[in-house]
Design a protein around this ligand. Structure first.
Ligand SMILES: Nc1ncnc2c1ncn2[C@@H]1O[C@H](COP(=O)(O)OP(=O)(O)OP(=O)(O)O)[C@@H](O)[C@H]1O
Ligand SMILES: [Mg+2]
Length: 418
């Protein structure tokens, strides 16, 4: 039976899918309590494919449904939504249909295009309209986490090419991260850091620097007035044909709200989770990425900047490719690691004692961790100086990165002491 489309704020029940498999439902009750519960059929599978490790019981199978939450979504779903300025822009874009600060409304509006393979659609055949009372202009309805202004975009291969927002059922295969006036050369900085990660053998998505003039039809709410290049990154949660690959970040794995991404856990918690859920090799790859953050002066590797990816049948995670890596010390000289590493955050404190403490808390063998630290420092020193992508970084920013690499090298190499 055809039903009148409802605005997000009028919707009370949302079905949750992993690709096409219905796994549960989120219901809001009067008083704005939001409750998520799993489908019986999905429960009977023991929770495969996996929605989130946070829903798995230690004894295997799924935990009890999470408790209803007042005025917010359960943490797993809250983590699918944009944060801060990007959220404000999205709320403005959907003004009239979505109430500011209302997670359920926003999830109802953006649920067809979320990170990974989760889809959240109105229950009982209801459809959602995003038009509010405004004229019928097409609306952007993708959701990406993070605070920086960004869009999920498509590359048009036909005449004229160009980058556009996906409309109707099409999905963006790239993330476009726009520059910021607060951080000069931020796109170039991230572009070069990603190139460095690739040069030392890490798994890095394809990326390029493009111009703002390469984009067509970007609504003004999403425009940043700042000048400069835009970083375009291939999405690892979308296949060429648009199929979705499930991902979850470590705020989701630990059931922590986005507002606690800098404090909800420590690096050894991530390492221990990788060791247990994937393999010691995955945990050691994480160690290499931590060393990269420490040596490049990247103080922003919080819980949402690490993800698991569920390829194939979705029954087992692997470590997702690296993303959102840039040197923050050129902009914030007193910056430190985003989370605690062996009990310390300060970059300069990260000598052998901290890595040993980290190894022990992670339940990883000390020698393997020390070796990963030393190898990564050596690789970075070998590649960074002659990396072609260095050339795009503004001089003043590059000088500060170079000084940080130089200062950190002997500190980290204390891990080579026998
Ligand atoms: N290549 C990618 N493929 C798929 N998803 C990605 C990719 N890069 C980033 N993401 C997702 O998009 C989110 C936002 O991207 P990113 O972390 O680069 O943005 P940000 O705004 O700089 O974040 P922050 O708030 O940490 O500064 C990430 O948290 C991750 O979920
Ligand atoms: Mg991020």
């Amino acid at each position: 039976m055809a039903q009148t489309p409802l605005a997000p704020q009028a919707i009370q029940s949302l079905d949750v899918f992993l690709n096409t498999l219905k796994v549960g439902v989120i219901v809001r009750t009067p008083g704005d309590f939001n409750a998520f519960s799993f489908e019986d059929d999905y429960r009977a599978t023991g929770g495969s494919p996996i929605l989130s490790l946070s829903f798995r019981a230690a004894t295997g199978g799924l935990r009890k449904d999470p408790r209803p939450v007042s005025g917010a979504l359960p943490a797993f779903f809250a983590n699918l939504l944009p944060e801060d300025k990007l959220r404000e822009a999205m709320e403005k874009h959907h003004a009239g249909a979505v109430r500011p600060g209302n997670d359920f409304d926003l999830l109802a509006a953006l649920g067809a295009d979320l990170p990974g393979a989760v889809r959240v659609l109105p229950s009982d055949g209801t459809t959602v309209t995003l038009q509010g009372n405004a004229e019928a202009t097409p609306k952007a309805r993708f959701s990406l986490a993070g605070v920086q202004m960004k869009l999920s975009v498509m590359k048009n291969t036909g005449k004229g090419g160009g980058l556009t927002l996906p409309l109707d059922d099409s999905q963006g295969q790239y993330i476009a991260k726009f520059p910021s006036t607060a951080f000069p050369g931020v796109s170039e900085n991230e572009f070069a850091n990603l190139a460095l990660a690739a040069a030392i053998g890490m798994d890095v998505p394809e990326r390029e620097l493009v111009e703002k003039s390469d984009f067509d039809g970007i609504p003004e709410e999403f425009d940043t007035l700042s000048e400069g290049k835009v970083l375009l990154i291939r999405r690892f949660d979308r296949e060429q044909e648009g199929a979705r690959i499930h991902i979850e970040d470590f705020a989701q794995v630990f059931g922590v709200y986005p507002s606690r991404k800098y404090e909800g856990a420590a690096y050894h918690d991530i390492a221990a989770a990788l060791n247990e859920a994937i393999s010691p090799a995955a945990a050691l790859e994480f160690v290499r990425r931590l060393v990269l953050a420490a040596i490049t002066g990247n103080g922003d590797m919080h819980l949402k900047n690490w993800s698991l990816i569920y390829r194939g049948d979705g029954a087992a995670p692997t470590l997702a490719p690296i993303y959102d890596v840039l040197s923050t010390v050129p902009y914030i000289p007193a910056d430190s690691m985003a989370l605690s590493l062996g009990g310390e955050r300060s970059f300069k404190a990260l000598s052998v004692a901290r890595w040993k403490a980290f190894a022990n808390r992670s339940r990883l063998p000390e020698p393997a961790v020390m070796q990963a630290v030393v190898d990564t420092v050596m690789s970075v020193n070998e590649k960074w100086e002659n990396l072609p992508e260095r050339a795009v970084i503004p001089e003043a920013v590059l000088e500060r990165i170079d000084a940080h690499v130089k200062a950190m090298t002997p500190i980290l190499l204390s891990c080579s002491e026998k």
